[in-house]
Design a protein around this ligand. Sequence first.
Ligand SMILES: Nc1nc2c(ncn2[C@@H]2O[C@H](COP(=O)(O)OP(=O)(O)OP(=O)(O)O)[C@@H](O)[C@H]2O)c(=O)[nH]1
Ligand SMILES: [Mg+2]
Length: 327
Amino acid sequence: MPHNIVDVPDSEAGLLVGVGVSFCAGRASMSTNMPLFQQLKKNLADQDEETSVIERCTDYDCILWMMSLADFAKSKKIWLLRALSSDFDPETIHDVRVISVVGLFNKGKTFLLNKLFGLRLPSGKTQVTQGLSFVYLKERRMLLIDSPGVQSTVSYKADNIDRVIDAQSTEAFIFELVSQVSDHIIFVVNDFTSFEQKYVQMFEQKEQIRSKPARELIVMHNLCTTVDPTEAENLFGKQITSRYDGVESHLGNLFYTARRNPPVHHFAICKELSEAGERFNSSNIRLLVEHLEHAKKLPEPIILKELIRQRLEDLIPRFLPQDRRCC
Ligand SMILES: Nc1nc2c(ncn2[C@@H]2O[C@H](COP(=O)(O)OP(=O)(O)OP(=O)(O)O)[C@@H](O)[C@H]2O)c(=O)[nH]1
Ligand SMILES: [Mg+2]
């Protein structure tokens, strides 16, 4: 059964001054198993006005539908979709801490959010997080951002856009956006490759030049194939404690804070239900939740739509300078 987006965009409030972009707020509804993104892509391609039909949303409260800078340059539209069944209104004030998970594709970002907060978001090899997907946790006063994985497969179907280049610039754009709106950023990695180290380092460098107080960064090492506790400890030593100066936590195992500027907290979890998983997972998940809840930075009032709109106003001319010239 089809479901309508019932919120027609507020074109005045949604106009991005200076770049000529409409910012569309909609409500999506929940239904069949058809992946949201396929249907949404089709709907957005089929029509150019601000109404649409969506077959399926997810357990996310809102999704910022920003899949491709190249497509955005053509359509000039970014959709903020809201689930019909959600109480979270992106156009009103909420006191929250904004917590994001980022990293390469299929590293267990969604899996981690499920573990941390007892959620049931779609996770697994065939479940690809699309767009910036938001979950509002009212009691905890948190707004979670599940991000699409970096370096996932691109389409080589005929169109005149170089999708590899487009994916790289879109990922850089999302990286900036997430880093600007988040109070806490959790990197999810498996083997801590030098590419991932560099990715974390890019955030560190951003923190050093930020005018606001620096945020501590968190890296969750998802040792998802490790079943043996000794192997987990060896891996953690090889990939983290022997590579960074820092201090081991007295609170638990596989928890280490690297003396960086700002400090970077490393936690690890292992394969669920294995001996290593039983030994380390629940205690490290609990430590990470406590770490987030007891953070110095208190929840702050935000209007999600406004927050994103402001950031887009800043970022779009930087990433698409031709759009600035158009206006
Ligand atoms: N620790 C642990 N991780 C697991 C287990 N089973 C699955 N995972 C992780 O979950 C990953 C896939 O799930 P997702 O959470 O959807 O990954 P993702 O990073 O959100 O993927 P994208 O959204 O496509 O970028 C697997 O590749 C594993 O890393 C498990 O038993 N233990
Ligand atoms: Mg995911």
